[in-house]
Design a protein around this ligand. Structure first.
Ligand code: B1M
Length: 215
């Protein structure tokens, strides 16, 4: 297979052997972020489709996810970072009950490389922990990621909890993840949250929204 098809195939097949060599070669042709967006994420999309249609079993999905994570970790030091610093601070977490973190970690990388300080709390984080960290670290924004349909409900409850704690004016919230839709966030969730809530389709929109929120 040609290089980029081979790389995409590696994600689908969960094949790690020789990954670094292929990534090195790929980086002579394209910047790391383009490799992630145009090649590796296509592989993850295929994995999702195969899993969703019952053609792939969970342990193999996990293997694919690990190759994806290894690839991102290998590419990260080669990414361009701005000299800007101190543009703002975001506490970032995958919500309670949800283990998916590849997207959240991409958001972390993109924001960190573009002048933001990211406090990445990890996966399955209850809102109490997220809020404690946001207060403790004096965050400007709270970011929540979730890929399961039930996570969209958790996010709604989390926003209600922030309202109840009286901190919604203080913390604009950025939401993302495959199960969310723009309509759900911008209509339903924006209706209930007393502060500002925005939806990011991908990590780059997350960065643009952070820039908007912070100005
Ligand atoms: Co799971 N999983 N999974 N999974 N998994 C999905 C989400 C699913 C859609 C697959 C499917 O059925 N087709 C499905 C959810 C269905 C639903 O809820 N209706 C599903 C399921 C069912 C499950 C389990 C329940 C399976 C089981 O146990 N029977 C289980 C859940 C466990 C749990 O959470 N409690 C499970 C487990 C797993 C693995 C552990 C095997 C693995 C995750 C490994 C890991 O993350 N460390 C996994 C994977 C890999 C997937 C798919 C295949 C790929 C997800 C991914 O990494 N995509 C996924 C299929 C899919 O999404 N269509 C699937 C790449 C990533 C870059 O995209 O995270 O969407 P994403 O991030 C994007 C944007 O959404 C955005 O930016 C990123 C791109 O730039 N974004 C943000 C994300 N967060 C953001 C936050 C922001 C801004 C932007 O600001 C704060």
């Amino acid at each position: 297979l040609p290089l980029f098809e081979r790389l995409e195939r590696r994600i689908v097949d969960g094949e790690r052997n020789g990954l670094e060599a292929d990534l090195d070669e790929a980086m002579t042709e394209k910047p790391p972020l383009v490799i992630i967006n145009d090649t590796l994420l296509n592989g993850m999309k295929t994995v999702g489709e195969l899993f969703g249609s019952g053609q792939m079993q969970l342990p193999f999905v996990l293997q694919s996810a690990e190759v994806m994570k290894a690839a991102v970790a290998y590419l990260e030091p080669h990414m361009e970072a701005t000299d800007e610093d101190g543009k703002g601070r975001i506490v970032l977490a995958t919500v309670k009950g949800d283990v998916h973190d590849i997207g959240k970690n991409l958001v972390d990388i993109i924001l960190s490389n573009n002048g933001y300080e990211v406090v990445n709390l990890g996966i399955k984080q209850p809102i109490a922990t997220i809020l404690d960290a946001a207060i403790d670290k004096k965050a400007d924004v709270i970011g929540m990621s979730g890929l399961l349909v039930k996570s969209t409900v958790v996010m709604k409850e989390n926003l209600q909890e922030l309202n109840a704690k009286g901190v919604s004016e203080q913390f604009p919230v950025l939401l993302g993840g495959a199960a969310l839709t723009r309509t759900y966030v911008e209509n339903d969730l924006a209706d209930i949250y007393e502060g500002e809530v925005s939806y990011a389709r991908d990590a780059f929109e997350g960065l643009r929204l952070m820039d908007t929120i912070m100005t």
